[in-house]
Write a protein that binds this ligand. Structure first.
Ligand code: ZN
Ligand code: ZN
Length: 275
């Protein structure tokens, strides 16, 4: 097989260079330079005051600083036809900081959903963003995050089922089944801590028939009133969780965890305020 449409690194003046493979040079990006210049000092300063970052945070930063850098390991590809070499640096496969690995994971995830998970049916995206008061707690406490997500999913599910029952004259909402997948996004466009949910719902319901098979039926798009009702429902249910008060920042909701990881908690608190 010959697929060397790219150009050898020394060929950068040839016209084909424009379409060929170019090493992405992460070390030239602003993000890389900021992390490379400041991360070790940040860790050392905090260590001097007794603050230790959890190992998984260090692993992400260390991996990011090695990702795509030839010095830290590479694969050499050789094409027998044009007798050229190409050097491809290993990647960190990180899940948080590294933009390159994040985008690849996103593309892989999207292809997986489209090719293997989502049925051939219309899909609607539902997004739940959270009040500031809750962002710190859900960003820090995975159990709470899961509980809030479950409440959101159930509220949207109920909306589809109620609508289907009324529209199709069903005896019970139990005959109507829904489906959704959710991506949890932890950051805002300014890289502040802003955990929110992007949920893809099949835009309708599967009607269970007597013989056990399912038939897809569309449901009209949600009205403003329905969206408000879903929001109110989620809001009330979330406030009942652990007696959360959405008018003040819920640092106490995960006190056990913040006590165990004070430096991480301080970073999360600053990130909520985008500082
Ligand atoms: Zn070749
Ligand atoms: Zn990476």
């Amino acid at each position: 097989m010959h697929d060397c449409t790219g150009v050898h690194p020394t060929d950068s003046t040839s016209p084909a260079a424009a379409v060929g493979y170019t090493r992405r040079a992460p070390e030239e990006t602003l993000l890389y330079q900021l992390v490379a210049q400041n991360f070790d000092g940040f860790v050392a300063d905090n260590a001097a005051r007794g603050g230790i970052l959890p190992w998984f945070v260090r692993r992400e930063f260390d991996g990011f600083l090695r990702c795509g850098i030839l010095d830290h390991g590479l694969c050499r590809l050789y094409c027998a036809d044009c007798q050229r070499d190409r050097l491809i640096a290993f990647s960190c496969k990180g899940r948080s900081l590294c933009p390159s690995c994040g985008v690849r994971r996103m593309a892989d995830g999207a292809a997986h959903l489209v090719d293997r998970v989502l049925p051939k049916a219309p899909v609607r995206q539902w997004v739940l963003s959270l009040p500031y008061a809750l962002r710190f707690a859900v960003g820090f406490d995975a159990t709470l995050c899961g509980q809030v997500l479950a409440l959101f999913i159930r509220a949207v599910q109920r909306r589809y089922r109620r609508r289907a029952k009324a529209q199709l004259g069903l005896a019970s909402v139990r005959q109507a089944h829904t489906g959704a997948v959710t991506a949890i996004q932890r950051f805002s466009s300014s890289l502040g801590l802003n955990l929110h949910f992007h949920s893809l719902f099949v835009d309708g319901i599967y009607l269970e028939r007597a013989d056990g098979t399912a038939q897809f039926r569309t449901v009209p798009p949600p009205s403003r009133r329905e969206l408000q009702a879903v929001t109110d429902e989620v809001c009330a249910a979330v406030q009942r969780l652990r007696g959360l008060d959405l008018d003040s920042v819920q640092f106490d909701a995960c006190r056990d965890r913040t006590a165990a990881e004070p430096l991480l908690a301080a970073c999360a608190g600053a990130a909520v305020r985008s500082r």
